[in-house]
Design a protein around this ligand. Structure first.
Ligand SMILES: [Zn+2]
Length: 221
């Protein structure tokens, strides 16, 4: 039998005290499950691969009331069940579609430090760390966001591009030269954010990049 790591042991103890719950209906789940069977059956999975702004973008589902609730819980309420589910669903989609299988690292789309202080955590980083455990590819926190920006969803297409211009940059000590990377974000709408993040990674010398997001908004698939 494989020896459990310290993290796995700690997780087992944690689940005894705080069992994981279904991110949709809230029912208590067995340790190895991330959504209950009933909600899994009706969950609007739409594993999808597309080319957007010249980038390869993989997504798990569309953006609707149900998936929005999961995204917002993970983003603003530190809801561990929703964070865990997004990571699990992304890993399952990636395995199903052979997405990023030869990648060297997962790069979370960063938030500005002011958001980090308000929320106390970065949801994309937390999800990326869980995703990393599922797919065995390390997280490389290579990109930073230099200034706070207006919410992309409040802006027009042209404004979105302008809003993000030059806002992301690669950390000086980031080890990404020649590497194949997976950029992770929770939601993708026009792809403007992914485009900016990928552009700065390519400029800094990464070999290849694909994007993975949970919910694909703004497009009927
Ligand atoms: Zn459920």
């Amino acid at each position: 039998m494989k020896k459990a790591t310290f993290t796995e042991l700690a997780e087992r103890v944690l689940f005894t005290v705080y069992p994981r719950r279904c991110p949709v209906c809230g029912i208590q789940l067995p340790t190895e499950e991330y959504i209950c069977a009933k909600c899994a059956e009706s969950f609007p999975y739409k594993y999808h691969k597309e080319t957007l702004n010249g980038l390869t973008v993989y997504s798990v589902c569309g953006y609707n009331e149900l998936t929005k609730n999961i995204v917002l819980g993970a983003k603003n309420q530190r809801d561990g069940d929703k964070l865990d589910f997004i990571a699990y669903a992304a890993s399952d989609m990636m395995k199903t579609l052979d997405a990023g299988e030869s990648a060297d690292g997962i790069v979370p789309v960063p938030q500005h430090i002011s958001k980090y202080f308000t929320r106390g955590y970065s949801h994309t980083e937390k999800i990326s760390r869980q995703l990393s455990r599922h797919i065995g590819i390390p997280v490389i926190n290579a990109v930073k966001k230099g200034r706070a920006t207006a919410e992309q969803k409040s802006l027009s297409h042209a404004q979105r591009k302008l809003n993000l211009k030059g806002v992301f940059y690669v950390k000086e000590n980031a080890d990404i030269k020649g590497k194949r990377l997976i950029v992770f974000d929770d939601v993708c709408t026009t792809g403007a954010t992914l485009l900016e993040v990928c552009a700065c990674l390519k400029e800094a010398g990464c070999k290849d990049v694909v994007c993975v997001c949970f919910a694909r908004a703004g497009k009927e698939k």
